[in-house]
Design a protein around this ligand. Structure first.
Ligand code: ZN
Length: 522
């Protein structure tokens, strides 16, 4: 008779296989599947996902988890993380699950129509339904958070609900602390963006030229491999929306899209996804086919993509090394150009309406306003009907521009139509983590830009493997930050980086900061 831990591990491996098989079908759907197969593919994926869910939420799994009390660190983590997933998967009744599935299906269709017709009123009742279902979900999950977080956990009524939503994407995060970090960020970032807007703009015509698509592909792959992306266990394909997906630790794939007239989307998109893929490829192989074989939070995952995309790929040292090779790939577009001019072109800052097209700085103001609106919707201090007005007012206050239409305003993102509230903050949390990790890596390794100028990334990758990647979900984001920084989430390193880099690029002559933003932990 196998012991309880073996029974659990066998079952988790089976569930992982079902989910990875579904992920292969989803990857194929986004890359190679002929469009006419959409309906049958949806059925195939739904069947695999349902089987995985049933095998995971079965009563005997709960029984095993109750009986287990392992001592090795790895097995403790496995039981702890599986208990967490099990509790969340079994607390929501099937009536809620099917209501949400139906609401999402309808909301997605309504969102597409509303966006095309610039008609928020058409989407509003669906958004209301999504908000209501999320409030119900939060009410059902909040006792779990109270159990997990102990006696000192005492959020306000409204934040207790948002906490329960945020926790799905960023386990352990506290709404009030995220809000405080974001307030620090806003206080420093809005004046910085205003100061930049008052300066002469950087010339970015160099990146808006004809870039041969095959050469874009070849250059992107060359850089991806140089950064450490293992093509024996990965590959890149084209898709409309770039993403990273993993079918276990040994098969981690990325996608990109190409714009023949604009260098940035494919190149920085590729590096971004490579950052996600390096994380997944770096997880300890012993954790494969368990719930631990995944990024520990969306924020930590995004910290890896942003670190490689921005702190490495948009650095001056990076382009000092790669620009001559870029010139060989794109002799037409880059003949006679200088590396410094290219570095400036890829770092242009300009307030704009669309989040996914935003630069490294203004991006976070887009995230902040979404977080504030979501929090107010869940607290019921903002009515769904008033979302467009609130959106536009915040755009004007933070970015100095107002969308002419809701299609370019509150209807631009798919997240709410997919039922996801509490997701947006992780984009900015990840960026803040990326600079904290980078600062810690430089403390241990010395100036990394010297290595980048020589095209060397191995020391940084090995450091990330040791402190972040190999743990998978064994360590929380907060534990990782504590381990390397001795503290929790902190906006100060990113703000210092942003002021130094963009202050120099735009000739702002910034003085050293008098008031250091406070550190927060979660
Ligand atoms: Zn990402």
């Amino acid at each position: 008779m196998p012991d309880t831990l073996s029974l659990l591990k066998t079952r988790l491996a089976e569930v992982a296989d079902l989910n990875y098989a579904a992920a292969v079908l989803e990857w194929d759907q986004e890359t190679y599947m002929p469009p006419g197969a959409a309906e049958s593919r949806a059925q195939q994926v739904a069947t695999l996902r349902r089987l995985g869910h049933e095998r995971f939420t079965a009563d005997e799994v709960g029984g095993w988890l109750d009986r287990l009390n392992p001592s090795p660190e790895e097995e403790q983590a496995l039981v702890r993380v599986t208990q967490r997933d099990y509790a969340r998967a079994t607390l929501l009744p099937s009536a809620w699950v099917s209501a949400m599935a139906e609401a999402k299906g309808r909301a997605l269709e309504a969102w597409k129509t509303a966006r095309e017709a610039n008609d928020f009123a058409h989407f509003a009742p669906h958004l209301q339904r999504i908000v209501d279902l999320n409030r119900e979900k939060a009410e059902r999950l909040r006792p779990l958070l109270a159990d997990e977080r102990g006696n000192t956990y005492a959020p306000t009524e409204a934040d207790a609900l948002y906490d329960a939503l945020l926790d799905e994407y960023e386990p352990g995060a506290h709404t009030t602390e995220v809000a405080a970090v974001f307030a620090d960020l806003q206080r420093h970032l809005v004046p910085l963006v205003e100061a930049i807007a008052a300066q002469p703009q950087l010339d970015d015509r160099l990146v808006h030229r004809a870039y041969d698509e095959d050469a874009q592909w070849a250059f992107g792959m060359q850089v991806a491999e140089a950064l450490g992306y293992d093509l024996r266990h990965g590959r890149q394909d084209r898709s409309a929306h770039p993403f990273t997906t993993s079918f276990g630790i040994r098969d981690v794939r990325i996608t990109t899209r190409l714009d023949p007239q604009f260098f940035n989307p494919a190149f920085f998109g590729t590096i971004h996804e490579v950052g996600h893929a390096l994380y997944e490829q770096g997880i300890d192989p012993a954790l494969d086919r368990t719930p631990l074989a995944d990024g520990t939070s969306l924020g930590m995952h995004e910290s890896q993509s942003r670190l490689w995309e921005n702190l490495v790929g948009r650095s001056r040292a990076f382009w000092m090394h790669w620009f001559p090779q870029a010139q060989r790939h794109f002799p037409g577009a880059l003949a006679g150009a200088k590396a410094e001019a290219f570095y400036r072109a890829v770092n242009r800052v300009e307030p704009s309406l669309i989040r996914v097209e935003a630069d490294e700085l203004t991006y976070h103001l887009h995230v902040l306003l979404r977080f504030e609106i979501e929090r107010a919707l869940i607290a019921e201090t903002l009515a769904v009907a008033d979302v467009p007005e609130a959106w536009n007012a915040k755009m004007e206050a933070y970015l100095g521009c107002t969308p002419a239409s809701d299609a370019d305003g509150c209807l631009q993102d798919i997240h709410w139509a997919l039922g996801a509230l509490g997701y947006f903050p992780t984009y900015t949390l990840g960026t803040l983590m990326s600079t904290q990790l980078f600062e810690a890596a430089e403390r241990d390794l010395g100036d990394l830009n010297e290595a980048f100028a020589e095209g060397t990334y191995r020391p940084l990758l090995d450091w990330l493997r040791t402190h972040v990647h190999r743990w998978g979900r064994m360590r929380s984001a907060n534990e990782i930050l504590r381990d390397v920084m001795g503290g929790g989430l902190d906006a100060a390193p990113w703000l210092a980086y942003a002021k130094a880099k963009f202050g120099a690029l735009y000739g702002l002559g910034l003085e050293a900061e008098g008031s250091k933003p406070q550190a927060h932990s979660f």
